[in-house]
Design a protein around this ligand. Structure first.
Ligand code: TXA
Ligand code: MG
Length: 306
């Protein structure tokens, strides 16, 4: 059920859960102070209770009451990347945020979305918690149609059309005196390194303890199996690029010189594999390892269960 801005704000203020657009992916939102809304978010998504939620605000001042201390370089990060798809994990005063929202941690993740419609909504509702609006483990939702596929036609959605970035926000955590990446995302590592002036490590949660609980769970995965071995000899279907010729049937992720286009479409394409009833696909991994391509590569590997 599509809601306009006013109706979405009203429903949220009545402690209901509403799917909302952001520039990255759709979020399943509830007001921060509502235990009822938070419980519903976890149960709707079938999300493990140990996986905390991101808090969305419309301005940096709004996070001040919650934060215990601001780590060094927080200000420059916030000034450079907010509003935008950067999530920053900060130590919080625990009594100011419901334990369920932060999964019992003494930190919380914050971001200011870039989409003007989302910020207008946030001005009307105050801080909103919102994980991605998909069933846990499946590809995130980048359109109202994706939300309705996962939660039903009657589920309330603030319609912002298809999302611009198509991949989730990048997550930074301050640990051992430096900022580290807990999740690759729509903001590139290179642009963060330019801002901070040092190399930033990505803790991917496989070889060492994750900085972000979400890394423990299977993510972004369609039911179709993705082969990531670059051996197309047995391939029956290739997940590839529109400007390349393949000897078997292929589905396009976009043009190989249009990284933003591929990012925007990625989850739509992964979801389409399931809608079309595909059982398996071989991924064309011949694309750069840097910038936004790095995030796309990581999401494809996670989608393949690697
Ligand atoms: O782009 C996005 O970030 C979207 C839109 C809706 O804002 N949201 C999103 O939320 O991707 P979600 O819940 O699907 O992913 C949030 C990730 C999870 O992996 C969670 O573990 C991590 O953020 N996270 C939340 N709080 C954290 C904390 N205090 N410390 C470390 N990681 C945290
Ligand atoms: Mg998610």
């Amino acid at each position: 059920m599509r809601l306009n801005l006013k109706a979405a704000a009203k429903a949220l203020l009545h402690e209901q859960v509403v799917a909302i657009p952001t520039e990255t992916v759709y979020g399943l939102a509830g007001v921060l102070q509502s235990e009822q809304a938070i419980d519903r978010i976890f149960s709707l998504k079938n999300r493990p209770a140990a996986n905390p939620l991101i808090i969305h605000v419309s301005s940096a001042q709004e996070i001040e009451p919650f934060v215990q201390t601001f780590p060094k370089d927080f200000e420059i990060l916030a000034k450079t990347f907010w509003p935008g798809p950067l999530t920053i994990v900060l130590p919080v005063k625990e009594e100011t945020i419901l334990g369920k929202a932060r999964a019992g941690l003494c930190t919380a993740a914050f971001r200011i979305p870039a989409l003007p419609l989302t910020r207008k909504l946030l001005q009307m509702t105050g801080p909103l918690v919102a994980p991605s609006a998909n069933l846990s483990g499946t590809p995130s939702a980048t359109s109202p149609e994706h939300v309705e596929k996962d939660f039903g036609e009657l589920f309330p959605v603030l319609d912002g059309g298809p999302t611009q970035c198509g991949l989730e926000s990048t997550i930074l955590v301050f640990s051992e005196e430096t900022w580290k990446l807990a999740r690759l995302g729509s903001i590139t590592v290179e642009s963060l390194e330019t801002c901070l002036g040092y190399e930033i490590k990505f803790v991917n949660g496989r070889s060492e303890k994750p900085l972000c609980p979400g890394q423990l769970y299977r993510h972004y995965a369609p039911r179709a199996h993705l082969h990531m071995d670059e051996d197309f000899s047995k391939a029956s279907l290739i997940l590839g690029f529109s400007d390349r010729n393949y000897s078997v049937r292929s589905i396009s992720m976009g043009a190989s010189d249009d990284v933003e286009g591929v990012a925007t479409q990625l989850y739509h394409v992964l979801r389409k594999l399931d809608l079309d009833g595909e059982k398996e696909a071989w991924v064309d991994l011949k694309f750069p390892e840097t910038g936004l391509w790095r995030t796309i590569r990581e999401r494809l590997f996670r989608a393949g269960g690697y």
